[in-house]
Design a protein around this ligand. Sequence first.
Ligand SMILES: [Zn+2]
Length: 371
Amino acid sequence: MSATQGEPDDEPNDGHLATKWLGQDAVTSVHPQAQSPLFRLPPEMRRLIFLIALAETNVDTKPYVPGISESHFNDVSLEQMKDIYTRRLRHRMFDLECPAWLRPGSVCPQTIPLDLLVTCKRVYNETHRLIPYIKIHKFYLVHGPGATSKSSRGPKPALQYIPPPGVEVRNLHLLTQLRYFRYSRLSLQHQLAKVASDIEHLQLTLRPLSAIVPGRWITLFHEPFLVNPYTLSSTSLEDMEFTRKRMARGETLQIATDGWAGAFLDFPALRTLTMEFDHNELQQENLERLAQWSRQWRLPLPGNRVLVSETPPSMRTWRGMRTHDDWNCHVCGKPFPQPRTQCENCQWRARGRGPRMITWTVTWVARKSEP
Ligand SMILES: [Zn+2]
């Protein structure tokens, strides 16, 4: 989500940021700070500066799994990989200290540095109500911090998102499992019921983790990425391809609103939806086809509105861990890499790493439904 999403209405044009939307906690009698170049800028410029200054940052000192940071996932070459296959590392990469929900952006908590707010009363007035528009609340469904290892820190896993007391939740990032997600509207309805009426920007990350056994080394990276908003029952690659071709021929298909794709009808304030599809390189082609096809999905919203995708999807790659692979090497079939292996995938495994991971990102915006 971009920093420009903080958009309180009713902007006055007297050079001050709007105060109408300030709560009673605003300081009403303040020095105008006319000597400050910051306050001689147009208010929209100043807001942009504040939004950048107040962007969320990683709390690197509190990693969810000690030793695992963002750089762990850099998509580097084998030659650049310094790690070697030590007993400790081998143990680590095979056991639960490296759970499969770890991914870029999910290695530690994030926070908004609030020091700026105490520098000046006028700065405080103009910024403190921006915070709910900047803060992206994260909800890890079952597989997440605190769920899979004694050494991983963070909140305990949950089946429903409970917002912190007194906090407005405008932006929510739900990291969920493909299997939990794709069958029913009720799942998402229940998981986000406490905040559904307030959310304006929803981000969903779907990945093929186990549906049944949290805290165990079980993933579903051997399965293709299957999701289809036009079918209620389970889908298949053939079924997705069939649906895609019918749409390409110009057929108008109905979204299965009892399925997950109808869940957005419960989000009256929703303005954007972002979906991330995570899988490993074995599914590269299927994932790209899915991302391109998903741009044609028109997901219904309440109030005669619909979510449409108006921008091309984007793709990024990152280096996964052993848990993002099958137990046996998917290329040569061996469970453990041999010291002088010719298999490139096993050379990665020997360094404690897994396959290259692919993330496709697709964004939808709310629009009036065409008659
Ligand atoms: Zn191999």
